[in-house]
Design a binder for this molecule. Structure first.
Ligand SMILES: [Zn+2]
Length: 113
């Protein structure tokens, strides 16, 4: 009787293993589809001078991926030297103060009218 009970106990444990693997799989899938775009998006946002708060959209996994893709596609922003406003790096003039901006601070832009 005792050996039968022990067998039942160990087979119960063995039958738990697929459930544990299932749980681990669910955690990994949630991480890949939900947490990963938020982490990558925050990295992109910091690199391109956008607010990492955009990745608050990642509260929903779908919006998280959309925000991440948008952040990958947009041009990086640079800070205007004279007014401190953010300007896309392909702008020649700051739209706020109309001063010339340069994506590469060491490089002089040709004068524009
Ligand atoms: Zn400016």
């Amino acid at each position: 009787m005792n050996t039968i009970e022990a067998n039942n106990f160990s087979s119960g444990l063995i039958s738990l293993i697929p459930i544990l693997f299932g749980l681990i799989l669910v955690v990994v899938v949630i991480f890949l589809f939900w947490v990963l775009p938020i982490m990558l998006g925050i990295k992109q946002a910091r690199k391109k001078n956008y607010s990492p708060a955009w990745m608050c959209l990642g509260i929903h996994p779908l919006f998280g991926w959309i925000a991440f893709i948008v952040l990958v596609c947009v041009r990086p922003r640079i800070r205007c030297a004279s007014c401190g406003g953010f300007v896309k790096d392909n702008f020649f003039k700051c739209p706020f103060c109309h001063e010339a901006v340069s994506a590469n601070p060491g490089q002089e832009l040709p004068p524009r009218l």
